[in-house]
Design a protein around this ligand. Structure first.
Ligand SMILES: Nc1ncnc2c1ncn2[C@@H]1O[C@H](COP(=O)(O)OP(=O)(O)OP(=O)(O)O)[C@@H](O)[C@H]1O
Ligand SMILES: [Mg+2]
Length: 258
């Protein structure tokens, strides 16, 4: 498929996400080096690994933020290896970023409103017209979903760090994604905020597939049904949370460093 072709999603029997030998090179550095991964609909997969393991690069390869140098990324049967990231929402893919990308000077409601209109630039408008009412209502519902229903008029800059993370998840949910990709949503959160985040992730619809990068083992192992451990651009272990807890290699690669 040419990069700019319209994407028609189908419902094939195959997995929601399939990576085949995906590699990303930055000059001489192979940040990803032949990663294979299959994720089925509704799975909750945590990606663990030390700093620089290639976790965010893996996300970027899936979302098109940084296309793979080699290999293939197939989402819902569509080869989107070189499809621009702006077309991912049509495939049901949403993500959050390691560093917050919220509009700090706008309210919670406005951030959620813009998320629904595709704030990547196409319909940037804060006009309060009758036609906006439905989106405003939906913004209110989304806020409730991420437990910010009483914060609609609060400026993002005045939210706690944990509330900002909740809002990011609300924004990612705005287009009813089938694949939610969360890059370290618990980073910088207090213990209480982490508990809230885990509860929030557990409340996502069971059909929502989740890929979660997480340094906090507690969060990762509680949310995920399967864990993939990365090191130096490759996947070095995969298994259930119990298998990963008991894997000596994982302890050497990851737990020993945390
Ligand atoms: N745009 C880039 N240009 C050059 N090198 C990069 C770029 N992005 C990432 N890298 C390098 O690729 C490797 C993997 O980085 P990546 O951000 O994917 O790691 P990570 O597992 O997400 O780490 P962290 O836990 O610190 O977020 C690192 O060595 C990093 O320095
Ligand atoms: Mg990262």
């Amino acid at each position: 498929m040419p990069p700019d072709a319209a994407v028609t999603t189908t419902t094939p029997d195959g997995p929601l996400l399939r990576l085949e030998s995906v590699a990303v090179a930055f000059g001489g550095l192979r940040a990803l080096d032949g990663v294979d991964l299959v994720v089925t609909t509704g799975e909750r997969v945590a990606v663990l690994g030390p700093n620089g393991a290639g976790k965010t690069t893996l996300f970027n390869a899936i979302t098109g933020d940084h296309a793979p140098t080699e290999g293939r990324v197939i989402i819902d049967g569509v080869d989107c290896t070189h499809l621009p990231s702006r077309l991912r929402p049509q495939l049901g893919v949403a993500r959050t970023y390691q560093k917050t990308r919220l509009f700090g000077g706008l309210t919670v409601e406005d951030n959620l409103y813009l998320a629904q209109t595709g704030y990547a630039g196409r319909h940037f408008s804060l006009r309060r017209s009758a036609t906006d009412r439905r989106l405003r209502e939906a913004a209110g519902e989304l806020a409730g979903t991420v437990w910010l229903g009483d914060q609609l008029a609060t400026l993002v800059a005045d939210l706690s760090h944990g509330q900002q993370r909740q809002l990011e998840i609300g924004i990612a949910l705005a287009n009813h994604p089938r694949l939610m990709m969360l890059d370290e949503p618990a980073s910088g959160l207090s213990r209480g905020e982490r508990e809230r985040l885990v509860d929030l992730l557990e409340e996502l619809p069971p059909t929502t597939t989740v890929l979660l990068i997480e340094h906090d083992m507690d969060v990762a192992l509680r949310v995920a049904g399967r864990v993939v451990v990365m090191d130096k651009g490759t996947t070095v272990a995969t298994g259930t949370p119990d298998e990963i807890r008991a894997n000596p290699l994982v302890h050497a690669v990851y737990l020993g460093q945390s």
